[in-house]
Design a protein around this ligand. Structure first.
Ligand code: C6P
Length: 417
């Protein structure tokens, strides 16, 4: 059977929609944007949706009686519905707009965590988590006396599930795991993790920052309790993200931030919280970014998610092959078939910041550093790495440009020796 994925995706069909990809020329070199795990670029349709809102449909939401406020509220709520459909959530009430993945995870740690975690309870994370999925749990442990434990990594960049059963117990209140590593690209077996965690009564939070933009996501099929992700990593603007939660969990959670919109009634003596999701959206929300995220989802939903994944996998395969010919280059992480569109590497003893700076002279944008994953780097006895990360608009020619430029970087440093 021919599927959308097997037919392949032609990035040229989409590149024209992204003004920055054609306007980012420097010294005659076109921009090769390979920093998509940090943030993606936006197509004209998303930028225009936000301009249109400011020009024609802008007022505050859930407050005004005037028609303009009603129109903006409709657009804001339509964006929530688009998110719901995109991840197959049962109801719009289960979609909470946050400031991003970080905001979503902190909301769970503060609200669900403070209400449910006690001294001696355990929170299980993994050695490959982004700091956003580690620090909030350390903070929760500091507040409550709970203990943070972790699943280790294998040498080739996968989760080591061997000690999982021994680590899981009735004391485990929460398992917090990323669906895709932002450094290694590893795609984790989250459905299996969720199933096994549920067997001991633990709640599971999946960090979807690097998976929702790149892989098909179905929260109902996953049976996940909480899913967090960011708009700016999936063609949307920064400043908006999403927390999906199971309805019974969200409804039992106390509000975290207090203020306008999150209440049913306020007196001088106290307040009654509003229903979900308003209970968790105190104050004026990121109105235009949320509408922009809705437009980003319209754009993404028109491209089969499995075709995006397959295209990125082919780019990663090509990168693994091409980069292997660069002397001294070592890729950190599993083979292409187990990864999303991320290739992280070291090149001899050249500092990753120097590599990124020299690649920048070729107008190739990558990220260098610890990528907000210090424990992961420590695991591989590294302080920093260089990372190229792809999206559906990247081309095989860009991968080749990266490999060619890296070989020149190597030669520059060899000459300096
Ligand atoms: N990773 C990267 O270059 P925010 O900043 O809240 O939108 O997303 C945080 C976050 C959480 N989890 C994972 C797996 C992530 O990759 C990120 C963001 C970027 O890798 C910026 S540090």
């Amino acid at each position: 059977m021919t599927t959308a994925a097997s037919r392949g995706l032609d990035p040229e069909v989409y590149r024209g929609d992204f003004p920055i990809l054609s306007q980012g020329v420097r010294d005659g070199r076109p921009l090769v944007y390979l920093d998509n795990a940090a943030t993606t670029q936006r197509p004209r349709q998303v930028i225009q949706a936000m301009v249109d809102t400011y020009e024609h449909h802008y007022a505050n939401v859930h407050r005004g009686i005037h028609w303009l406020a009603e129109r903006t509220t409709e657009l804001y709520e339509a964006a929530r519905e688009k998110v719901r459909q995109f991840i197959n959530a049962p109801a719009g009430e289960q979609i909470v707009f946050t400031s991003g993945t970080t905001g979503a995870i902190n909301l769970v740690a503060r609200s669900w965590g403070d209400a449910n975690v006690r001294a001696g309870d355990e929170i299980l994370v993994t050695e490959m988590e982004h700091h956003s999925n580690l620090v909030p749990w350390h903070q929760l442990a500091e507040r409550t006396g709970a203990v943070v434990r972790h699943l280790p990594l294998t040498e080739d960049g996968r989760l080591d599930l061997a000690p999982f059963d021994a680590l899981l117990s009735r004391r485990t209140r929460l398992v917090a795991v990323t669906a895709v590593s932002n450094v290694l690209g590893t795609i984790n077996p989250v459905e299996e993790i969720i199933r096994r965690a549920h067997d001991v009564g633990a709640v599971v939070l999946v960090d979807g920052a690097q998976s929702v933009p790149h892989l098909p996501t179905d929260v109902a099929a996953m049976d996940v309790d909480f899913l967090a992700f960011s708009g700016h990593k999936m063609l949307g603007p920064s400043g908006v993200g999403v927390l999906y939660g199971k309805r019974d969990l969200l409804e039992a959670m106390p509000p975290f931030l207090g203020g306008g919109s999150m209440i049913r009634r306020v007196t001088l003596e106290g307040f009654d919280p509003g229903d979900v999701p308003a209970r968790f959206e105190a104050g004026t929300p990121a109105i235009v970014p949320a509408i922009g995220l809705g437009a980003a989802i319209d754009y993404l939903a028109a491209i089969p998610a499995d075709a995006i994944h397959e295209h990125e996998r082919r780019l990663v395969e090509r990168a693994h092959e091409a980069l292997a010919s660069v002397e001294g280059l070592r890729i950190i992480g599993p083979p292409p078939e187990d990864k999303a569109g991320i290739v992280t590497f070291t090149l001899g003893r050249i500092h990753p910041h120097d590599i990124a700076q020299l690649l920048d002279r070729h107008n190739i944008a990558v990220r260098a550093g610890h990528h907000c994953a210090m424990p992961l780097h420590r695991r591989y006895r590294l302080s920093a790495t260089t990372r190229a990360s792809f999206y559906f608009y990247n081309t095989p020619a860009e991968v080749d440009a990266l490999a060619g430029a890296l070989d020149q970087v190597r030669q520059v440093f060899q000459r300096r020796k």
